[in-house]
Every structure is written in C-alpha cells, then in structure tokens.
Design a protein. Structure first.
Length: 582
C-alpha cells in the first residue's frame, strides 16, 4: 500500500512540476544551439571546430538572452547585440549554418508556452523568420532546399500536410514553412519588389556581399525598421557572406561591428572556417587571379578604387549644350500601359509615348536638313541598351556615326584614316515605380524600337543579356545586326575605356541630357560618379547608378569600332508624329 501511495505522490509531484513548467517561458526546456546541431535527436550534424563553432556559440548566447531575459546565459559584451556580421570565405558552409540557425530559432519559438505573450503580440499574430538570398533561384533552389532538409532530418519536428496543431508540427508551402501558432519561416530574395508586411524576429541576409548596394540597403532598412518597431531589442539580424568590395554595404557593416556594441563582427578565411579546404588545392586559383582569390577565400576585397574619369571636366566639353535630342520637337511622355495576360488577368506597367520623333511625309528632305527637325534617315545609327525592369531603369541610347579623317601612326608612319565619330541622338529611360509596383513594359520598349527602326537605318545594336530577348527578336526582324552579350567585368572595362578615350580626345558628341526623375542624376553627371575598381571592374559610387552609362558605352563601342560607311542610308518615315505648324 505504501508503495502505491508513494507512486501516486511521485506522479502528483511530477504533474505539479509539469504544470509549473507550463506556466513559465518554456513548454519543455530547449537544448542549446550546438546540441541542436550535433544531437541525433535533432539535426545530427557536426559543425567544424574553430570559426563555425565560434559563430554558433555566439549566436546561441545572443538568442538565449533575447528569449529568456536571463543575463547569466550571455556574456556582457554580447547582451546589446542585435546584428551579427559573419564575413566568411567561400566554401565556409554559409547555407549550412544559416539553415541550421533558422531551424533552431523555429524550435525555440515552438517550445515557448506563449511566444505572442512574451513579445506582447496579439494571439496568433504572425511571427516571421526570414532568409534573404541574393536572387530567386538561390532562395528557392538552394537555401530553401537546405532548410527543408534540416527539418526533415530532425526527429523533433514532424511534417504534416495540414495546418500545424501541436508544437512540433510544420507544413511546407511554395516558399514558406509554417509552424504552430502562426510562426513562419520565409525564403525571400533581394530582387523582391517589397519587404514590407513581415513581423521579422530573426533575419539572415544570405550572401549579402553579392547584393547590389541599393538592394542591400533597401532590404536591410526595411527589415530592421519592421523588427525594431515590433520586437524592440529582441530581434536579431545576421549578415553572412564574403565581401566583394571595400566600398560596399556589407563591408561597411562589418567595420561598424568593430565599434558598435549592437553589432558583432567576425571574419574567417575559408580554411579557418572549413578545415577540409586545403590551401594547396587553391594554388591554381591564386596563380590565375590572385586578387579575386584573396577576396573569395581570405575576405580581402580590393582596396584601390578611383574615378573612371580623373578629369570630369572633359565630359562637359563634349556635351552639345542645349541639344536634348536630334529631334528638336521631340516630346517624351510617361504613360501607364495595361496588358492582358493569357489567363485574362490585367497587369499595369510603365511605358513611354514619343511625339514628333518622325517627320510628316509632307515635309521635304530639305527642311529636315535645314532645321534638323527629326531623326535623319541619311545617317547610319547604332543602338545600345541596358535592361532594367523592376528596380533599375531600362535605357536606350542611340548614336549615329559621323565619318571623320584623323591622323594615326601606323607601322611607324603618320597616315590619314577614316574613323566613326559617335554623335548622340536619343536617350530614353523607362523608370519603374517601386511605390506603385509598376515594372517596365518590355512590350512598349519593343514598340518604341520598332518606331525608331521604321524611321532610320540601325546597323548594329548591343544589349546586356538581361531582359533583352524580346528586343533582340524585334531588331533582327528589321535586319539589325543585334547582339545580346553578358557584360562581364573585362568587357565592361573595355567599352568604358573606349568611351573615356573618345571623351578625352574630344572625338564624341553627347546630348545635354535632363533626367525625367529629378531625384536621379542626368546621364552626364552619372558618368562622373563611375569608379574603376582595382583596374578590372567598373562600378558606381554608392547611392548612384550606371544605367545610362552602360547603354551609352555599348552604343559608342559598336559605333566607334565599326568600319566607317561613306554612303548615305535613307528610310522614309512611316510613323507619323504630331503635325507641325508651317
């Protein structure tokens, strides 16, 4: 009998203990992050000793401090940290670490008795855990697969195909993993239109060193403001990448951590983080490109950068003051276009409408020559383009060739040789609306190009491969020698050095451009903010762009390197503009 009573008493004490546990923070007391990685009951993965383990230990302390309010679980110097910057070389297992950390955060939240009450949230208000990758492919096909693998192989979690109803259940959708109590892990990317609407508790910026600076700044500022306004100092942002340049958002964020108590920075060479990488195996990489190898494996970005145009006043000297296009009466108006998709859904885009680009056929060729009223069909034209859609502008640059005789030294002798002097005639910009989520209408771009092709003879065209397929097809239909080319760093340096040489020798004529967006530099000022990074990469000063410059450099390249044609071309205008008064 006494054994029976003792057994009942023991069960009662156990129930009382469980009841007490259920009124505290934790449903069941969680393990630490390293145990979560290593234990067979969880991820059953072994992180490397050294930098990988160091990062996990620091992250563990910070998370426990934020989710338990217990100062004893975290070193004093880490208690104010809201951001971790991990600058790790290529091959360090960054996706492995990021996916494991986010799985652990999900585990902690699911183990809390009432996470919403802990954060002063309304019941079942979304709590979001987010990974931000460099692009959609990386988000969906690399990181998201690894996060699913972490959860599928974790015995604690149980996958279901319905709404999770108990703490350890999760449901996978297209780019989300949903947990109990409306806790959701998201796989986002830097090219996304907007990052608003999240309640982000923990965000990992995966390979943020490869983001465009404006994308990095945009995603960071949006997520940080959302996190701090919802969670005060209990949120955590993790930046993990290798750097691409010293003058970049990520590298500046790393330096910030050297002084700011809210930012913890660490750095690790590839072989320091992943000891399986042998330095001798990288010898071929270092021999072929030592600078790039130091950047990727040792996190040492190029230190040398300079303005592409050391003498920017030379740009002003080749601008035709007061000339905004070859067509003096040209009017360019932005418009909203509506397209009906195959499904019947209607979408809206940003387009352009051009007036007076072409002459009315009643006007004589003599008037065209005398007053220079429209694009001149007697010239040979060259078209360059830079294709942005959602964030960057789409730009078209049109030049014609003016054959000039120049003195050149050839085989030790001074000879006269014909050369195509590029004369700029048209510069068009489609600006996507981020606020209204209106991308560039690529069909409208194609329609404008068709109008130009019907007006004049375009001999060659050069576009970046990005978003150029539709344009290439249209140009080829009109007999244009069109090429879409990957604007690699070596090629960009080549076409920009060509542009610089023409400007410095006064062998080019540029339009007196005015930007359609007052907040954006005009095309000529944009040129002055270009940077030559360590002699092998063209970039722009942070906060600016090079959309105009890329399109201009492309069209100038194909114009100036083409064989000069000494015959006139003529195409009768067939697209009518607004009629002019006699």
């Amino acid at each position: 009998m006494s054994d029976f009573i003792n057994s009942l008493l023991s069960e009662f004490i156990s129930m009382a203990h469980d009841s007490k546990e259920n009124t505290g923070v934790w449903r069941e007391h969680p393990v630490d992050l390293l145990t979560f990685f290593k234990s067979e009951e969880f991820l059953n993965e072994t992180p490397y000793e050294g930098k990988q383990t160091e990062l996990l230990q620091v992250t563990n302390e910070i998370l426990w401090h934020k989710l338990s309010d217990n100062p004893n679980v975290c070193r004093e110097e880490l208690q104010k940290v809201t951001e971790i910057v991990a600058m790790l070389g290529k091959g360090s297992g960054k996706d492995f670490l990021a996916s494991g950390i986010l799985a652990f955060v999900s585990y902690l939240l699911c183990n809390m008795n009432d996470p919403h009450n802990y954060f002063d949230f309304g019941q079942d208000e979304p709590i979001d855990i987010v990974n931000v990758a460099i692009n959609a492919y990386q988000a969906n096909n690399v990181f998201f697969k690894k996060l699913k693998a972490r959860l599928n192989n974790c015995k604690w979690f149980k996958r279901v195909f319905r709404e999770p109803t108990i703490a350890n259940e999760y449901q996978i959708t297209k780019n989300q993993i949903r947990f109990y109590k409306n806790i959701t892990a998201h796989s986002a990317h830097s090219e996304s239109e907007s990052f608003e609407g999240f309640n982000p508790l923990v965000v990992v910026f995966d390979e943020i060193g490869g983001f465009k600076d404006e994308d990095a700044e945009d995603s960071y500022s949006t997520f940080r403001s959302s996190a701090v306004s919802r969670f005060n100092n209990k949120f955590l942002l993790i930046h993990i990448s290798y750097p691409r340049a010293e003058e970049s958002f990520f590298y500046e964020k790393y330096r910030e951590g050297l002084d700011d108590p809210e930012v913890y920075s660490m750095i690790g060479k590839s072989w320091e983080v992943n000891p399986s990488i042998k330095i001798e195996s990288l010898k071929k990489d270092y021999d072929r490109n030592p600078e790039e190898s130091r950047l990727k494996y040792e996190c040492i970005p190029p230190k040398y950068s300079s303005s592409l145009f050391a003498f920017p006043e030379r740009i002003d000297q080749v601008i035709k003051t007061g000339k905004f296009s070859q067509s003096k009466n040209l009017l360019i108006q932005e418009k909203i276009t509506t397209r009906t998709l195959y499904s019947g859904e209607q979408r809206h885009f940003i387009g352009l409408e051009l007036f007076n680009l072409a002459l009315n056929p009643s006007y004589t060729y003599y008037l065209l020559e005398l007053f220079n009223l429209a694009l001149n069909p007697s010239y040979t034209y060259y078209l360059g383009g830079d294709g942005g859609v959602q964030k960057d502008s789409y730009v078209l640059s049109l030049f014609h060739a003016e054959p000039v005789l120049v003195e050149m030294v050839k085989d030790g002798e001074v000879v006269n040789q014909w050369f195509n002097k590029p004369i700029e005639d048209l510069l068009l910009q489609w600006i996507p609306s981020k606020a209204d989520r209106l991308p560039v209408d690529l069909l409208n771009v194609s329609e404008v190009i068709e109008t130009i092709c019907k007006q004049v003879f375009i001999k060659k065209a050069l576009f970046d491969k990005f978003n150029s397929a539709e344009v290439m097809q249209k140009l080829m239909l009109y007999g244009v020698d069109a090429e879409d080319k990957s604007f690699s760093n070596p090629f960009q340096v080549q076409i920009y050095q060509n542009l610089k040489g023409l400007i410095y020798t006064n062998s080019i004529e540029l339009l007196d451009h005015i930007s359609a967006d007052p907040s954006v530099l005009n095309a000529n000022e944009e040129l002055k903010h270009l940077k030559l990074i360590n002699g092998n990469k063209i970039d722009h000063t942070r906060g600016y762009s090079k959309d105009f410059s890329d399109a201009r450099a492309a069209s100038v390249w194909i114009c100036s390197t083409d064989e000069p044609a000494m015959v006139n071309n003529y195409a009768m205008p067939v697209i009518l503009g607004a009629s002019l008064k006699r």
